[in-house]
Design a protein around this ligand. Structure first.
Ligand code: NAD
Length: 347
């Protein structure tokens, strides 16, 4: 792998390899950008098939955080760190403390939080060796309700853009994934009189949404093809590809899952089909907006919730720019993020 080429190509500032062989710790801290503020992004603990995949993950995820934070108008940059897990038994506490020590050395350039494979309890342990950690027990709490709220606000904005009214009453939303985000999104849609068709691989999660919000169940492998006004992917990434797009019947796609487009070109494929796609990182920024605002920027919970609601305005801005510049919304969002990061301002 040509590392410097990869870093330069994606516009990264710094990549730090961290090691403590005595305890079997191998960590990577990727700082994409600090142009808008300290680089914020979680610590992922994962068993990677190779060092290269771990590096690529850190590089890719940190860039994603820069773009998401910039679009959400947060005066924060983007970073991400990974701890390379191993199959054998390890001293988890020692490894978390080691990772915290490396973060501390950066003096606040990078601030971490939980991510896939780490928990608020792990953040407590890291806080023993670094001050630069959010997402601790007793901090801003579970991000999912805020993420669900943000997706709902993005969906309202997309409805206003497409249909001239943001009222989702009587609209049918096909929801893929009734987990943390999907459940909270469903509750918001039901509260305004929207109709829900839902799927999940976990039957208990489907039953809960059916019982609480009067949803109808659809087969997991057909949910994207349901006759609906909106398709809301809230499970996996890569769901929007040539085959699934050909089967889509919704006018709008707006959901919480990360990396919904299998390849960047699928943004154009959707636009060509006349489907309005709200870029995933615009719609799903509610969790980081709330957590970052409360824990890093130290605003009140009420002010942070108001910022989550502003995802409505951001979504409209992106969709309008896409129309004016005749590019897919995914491209318009990237352009806006890149301009803010390049100029170091959120205007
Ligand atoms: P979750 O694990 O609680 O929920 C995901 C659900 O999707 C699970 O119930 C799972 O059974 C279901 N699922 C998996 N494959 C499926 C399939 N093929 N069809 C139908 N259902 C399927 O996770 P979550 O926290 O709700 O996150 C959902 C997505 O949103 C992820 O892509 C995540 O990265 C993204 N996201 C989450 C947050 C947050 O605050 N939790 C913030 C930003 C982005």
């Amino acid at each position: 792998m040509n590392l410097f080429e990869q870093l330069g190509w994606l516009g990264h500032e710094q990549l730090i390899l961290c090691s403590d062989a005595d305890i079997g710790y191998r960590g990577i801290i990727a700082i994409h950008s600090t142009a808008l503020g300290p680089a914020v992004g979680g610590t992922r603990w994962w068993v990677y098939p190779s060092e290269e995949t771990a590096l690529v993950d850190a590089i890719r995820l940190s860039r994603g955080m820069s773009y998401k934070n910039a679009l959400a108008r947060l005066p924060l940059g983007g970073g991400k760190s990974v701890i390379m897990g191993s199959a054998g038994a390890v001293d988890r506490r020692a490894i978390l403390r080691a990772h915290g020590r490396f973060i501390e050395r950066l003096g606040g350039l990078y601030i971490t939080a939980e991510d896939v494979g780490t928990t608020p309890d792990d953040m407590e342990i890291m806080a023993e060796t670094t001050r630069f950690v959010a997402g601790r027990a007793g901090g801003s709490g579970d991000p999912s309700p805020h993420t669900g709220r943000g997706v709902f606000r993005a969906m309202q904005a997309a409805a206003a853009f497409r249909w001239g009214s943001d009222d989702l009453k009587g609209k049918t939303v096909a929801l893929q994934g009734c987990g943390n985000v999907g459940y909270h999104l469903a509750s918001q849609i039901a509260a305004v009189g929207g109709r829900l068709v839902v799927s999940d691989l976990d039957g208990a999660k489907v039953r809960r949404v059916v019982a609480e919000f009067g949803a109808t169940e659809a087969p997991a492998d057909r949910i994207h093809a349901v006759e609906a006004d909106v398709f809301a992917p809230c499970a996996l990434g890569g769901i929007l590809h040539d085959t699934s797009i050909a089967a889509l019947r919704a006018a709008i796609i707006c959901g919480g899952a990360n990396n919904q487009l299998l390849e960047p070109r699928h943004g154009q494929v959707l636009a060509d089909k006349g489907i309005l796609y709200v870029p995933d990182y615009v719609a799903n920024a509610g969790g980081v907006t709330f957590g970052g605002s409360v824990e890093v920027l130290k605003v009140t919970a009420a002010e942070a919730a108001a910022r989550v609601d502003q995802i409505y305005d951001t979504t409209l801005m992106v969709l309008e720019r896409a129309r004016t510049e005749r590019v897919p919304p995914s491209e318009a969002a990237d352009r806006l993020a890149e301009e803010r990061i390049r100029s170091g301002t959120l205007d």
